[in-house]
Write a protein that binds this ligand. Sequence first.
Ligand code: G6P
Length: 350
Amino acid sequence: DMAEKGGFKHFMLKEIHEQPDVVKNTLMEFSEIEKVVGKFSKFKRICFVACGTSFHASLVGKYLFETLLGIPTDVLLSSEFLFSEGALDKDTLVILITQSGETADTLKALKIANKKSETLAIVNVLGSTATREADHVIYTRAGPEIGVAATKTYVCQLVSIYMLVSAMSGNDKLLAELQKVPDHMKQALENEDHIIEIAKKYKDANDFFFIGRGFSYPTALEGALKLKEITYIHGEGYAAGELKHGPLALIDDNVPVLAVVPPGESHDKTLSNIEEVKARGAKVIAVGSSKDEVLKSESHDIMGFDGDISEMLSPIPYVVPLQLLSYYISVERGIDPDKPKNLAKCVTVE
Ligand code: G6P
């Protein structure tokens, strides 16, 4: 059993540690992606469709398509997709993201989309149903993922989306910067002992908020989902700027707030949100740059990165400390993170 897990205590931990390598494998798919995008310049609208963690990867995709290509992009949950069917047309590219390629809601959406639009599936499992039914396919090269909570497949989905946008826009700079992402991820893994200490400190909380803006908003949502899935603690991901429209009423000294604050455009505004939650007694755990002295002084704990990475690419490495934090809180609480209760790796019912 231990051999299967490569010496790690759980598959999830093994899969978290595999991330720099599987990202490198996924990066080698770039030439395949270039072939796929041949005629994509004709599309006037993009519509992402996915569930769970794959939905969060899609949210990053929206900001990328809109920022770098100026193409209006929607992101829909697969189970809600049929209510948007009326807006589908031949100028829309529907991109379905699914690790398994077998999620029932996503396959149903694919069937609907195939009738009116062109479809592209971004999938991890070779030969799965989605790969057979979509017009175009991009494979993520994460290898088999056993842990129920998605980790390495998420970062590979992100890498595939960045490569897709880079191929469509001819943005070589983005592609060059992507090659450095595995090194940034390694740094987060080297800080594991520090993250274990933070997990021990916060393991007894009943509620957490995860906040971020722009490219860090999906990271906040994904961090909260990981927490719910494997620790059974209520974790809520929120757009930092939206806190004042409700959730602030819930903040007190029992609710730790995890803030995703890379250097860049969103930085100063998220810092002011940190001040707002601190004024209500919250303890703040930040994910950001180790060189960010202001962030360090404003937060109680920081999971920091030494290297410089653009805000646009930060979603890939910045999710890693969040995965580790949930993993270690899960272990501290005596839960098996590989097999959380009530959840399945692949959901084949609508
Ligand atoms: C389940 C899994 C999640 C996954 C979601 C979507 O809920 O537990 O980890 O993100 O399904 O799965 P898919 O295979 O379509 O990406």
